[in-house]
Design a protein around this ligand. Structure first.
Ligand SMILES: [Mg+2]
Length: 271
């Protein structure tokens, strides 16, 4: 599949200077470079700066959307005044407010805790596997493990999911266990976009992400608004089947795109 790389053409610029503006941005691999362990990830200072300036625009909403727990996502982004969608849509926090959990997931609390405990036991005998208990989902990272262990690990995680009636999804060097509820980045993104008026004619909506779960958001937003701008972040778009309309190479190029949006929204011309 061939998709065009940015930079921003005049036609694309017109799609990015509408109001209200909604920016829906994955964190790991999009705003922050991928780190060996999830707790090491940071959003660089210059990216934080442009996010803060965008969030301060009176008609703009900056939304960080992540598989991380909402509080952890807020910590990693490190910028006030932005929305947080955490745990792939199971949690949502308005700017500077505590996160609220979707009521549908509450009955799964004990099963997720059980899954986290079982995954931790698996990690103890599988070198390089890191388990992240996010209260409503569990991530099993194998970025630091030898690739040969992945098939056996996948089988063990699938067994846990089957025993507990949970779902498994796969991302970049991570397996995730989650409640079997049809909430994902796509449903959460489309709901919040509607709530913030970002699907109206004349509005602008930019969504960016680097991994499988972001594809749900790209599809949902492209279906909800033909002018929404969807961006896959990755060095090799030919090797990653994406439903995004555009791509940028890395988190630095992503920051540069956000800087262009800021200039456009202030009435300037970046071209
Ligand atoms: Mg990501």
């Amino acid at each position: 599949m061939t998709i065009p790389a940015l930079p921003v053409t005049p036609a694309l610029a017109r799609r990015l200077c509408g109001r209200p503006l909604m920016l829906l941005l994955d964190i790991d691999g999009t705003l922050s470079p991928i780190a060996p362990r999830p707790e090491y990830a940071i959003v660089p200072l210059d990216t934080q700066q442009v996010l803060a300036e965008l969030a301060a625009l009176p008609y703009a909403s900056v939304v960080a959307i992540s598989g991380r727990a909402a509080d952890d996502a807020r910590r990693v982004v490190g910028v006030d005044g932005i929305w947080i969608i955490g745990n792939h849509g199971f949690e949502i926090a308005p700017p500077n407010r505590p996160a609220e959990t979707r009521p549908e997931v509450a009955p799964f609390a004990a099963r997720i805790a059980d899954a986290a405990a079982r995954c931790s036991t698996i990690a103890q005998h599988t070198p390089g596997v890191v388990v992240e208990d996010k209260q409503w989902t569990v991530s099993v990272h194998y970025r630091l493990a030898h690739p040969s262990i992945v098939p056996a690990l996948s089988n063990e995680i699938a067994d846990v999911a089957r025993d507990l009636g949970l779902r498994v999804t796969r991302g970049k060097e991570v397996l995730e266990l989650r409640p079997p509820i049809d909430i994902d980045k796509g449903t959460a993104a489309a709901e919040l976009a509607a709530r913030l008026g970002a699907l109206h004619a004349g509005a602008s909506l930019l969504c960016a992400g680097d991994d499988r779960t972001d594809e749900d958001a790209f599809r949902a937003l492209r279906a909800a608004s033909p002018t929404s701008v969807t961006v896959h972040v990755g060095t090799d778009p030919a090797a990653f089947e994406t439903d995004a309309e555009f791509y940028v190479l890395d988190t630095t190029a992503m920051r540069e795109l956000l800087e262009v949006v800021l200039v456009l929204q202030r009435g300037g011309s970046p071209i």
